[in-house]
Design a protein around this ligand. Sequence first.
Ligand code: LLP
Length: 418
Amino acid sequence: MHEFKYIGKNLYCEKIRVEELAKRFGTPLYVYSYQTLIGHFIKLRNAFRLIDPLICYSVKANSNLAILKALVDHGAGLDIVSGGELFRAIAAGCPAKKIVYASVGKTDKEIEGAISERILLFNVESLSELENINRIAARRKCVVNVAIRINPDVEPKTHKYITTGKITNKFGIDFKSALQIFRVRNALENVKISGLHIHIGSQITESEPYVSAITKMAVFIDKLRTKGITPEYLNIGGGLGIVYDNESAQTAERFAAKVLPILKKTKLKVIMEPGRFIVGNAGILVTKVLYIKTTPKKKFVIVDAGMNDLIRPALYDAYHKIVPLRISTKAQENVDVVGPICESGDFFAKERKLTKVKEGDYLAIMSAGAYGFSMSSNYNSRLKLEEVMVVKDQEFVIRKRDSHEDLIRSEAIPPFLI
Ligand code: LLP
């Protein structure tokens, strides 16, 4: 599954002992395995080789330039959601014709930027947005390719914060309204509706919600065909779940076996937007035990990483496995693993049975490659972390740790206060 394995008593990332990295670069530290990253991309590509989809890695999962460049070099396109992500995509050398752009709230400036770059498709989320893109394109005397994001109203069986394809969610357009848009499409001369898009949620471990959503799309596509409308692309979004704990998440092969038959029948070019599946298990967060604190009711392992570095447990009550970088005992104990931030939500594990650790030991918080660094912040004026990529027996810093100067670089004291 991934290249973080024990050799003897030590955790390795590919061929490097992670504790060496922790000592050399300091903690907290994100460590990524290049082989794991690329391995997952290739697994997905192979599983879908029969239809050769355009796999647009979802930048939001982990937007580090080195991660993007590594995937782009292997043929990935990118799924973006902002002007900032477009900037990163271009900086990583992604061909514009492999960029798709989703988001319910694209600003005029962002739309203009993406039109200038001539991206493949805007995934449009409302009639107002479509009209706005049409207006901007008309001003620029061009025709812009768009896909209509459909809200297929399916239950993806995941955390409610990351469910996106139910009719009560803010995303996409219901089938009826979408059909209406197709009916009036000729009035919008500066947009060409070339595709359909869905993204039903994230960390989805079963294929059933996809089968249900894609089947609904196939029916809709047939309906469009009877009206003489044939889109070129079907984008099935991202959302493929990974193993954090002991989920039996579907493999790429099993997922493909379920959805390929329906996709093939549509005869459309398929686009996918996986984020977590590719990068989730390719990264860990390495942290050091600062203090052990025993209270009348609890034992706290206080580490130097905080919720600002990895917010998933605090935000979604998400589970991340925690393991020592070096196994020095078989003894286990029930502890809370917490960070230094001034909030009780600042935890990585609660009432968790962990290998007994002592002050100064290092821990790895596993499966932190997706929505780890990309959701991190400077809360409590903490410095954003260093990120290191390991390739076999070599390591590369792919992001320097923030400095104190970085914290205040963009701030200013107005003259009346000086
Ligand atoms: N496409 C669209 C339109 C999306 O909104 C997303 C994720 C993806 C693709 C990629 O989804 P993935 O394959 O990574 O599941 N912060 C949350 C996850 C939020 C997902 C947002 N959208 C977490 O840490 O679980």
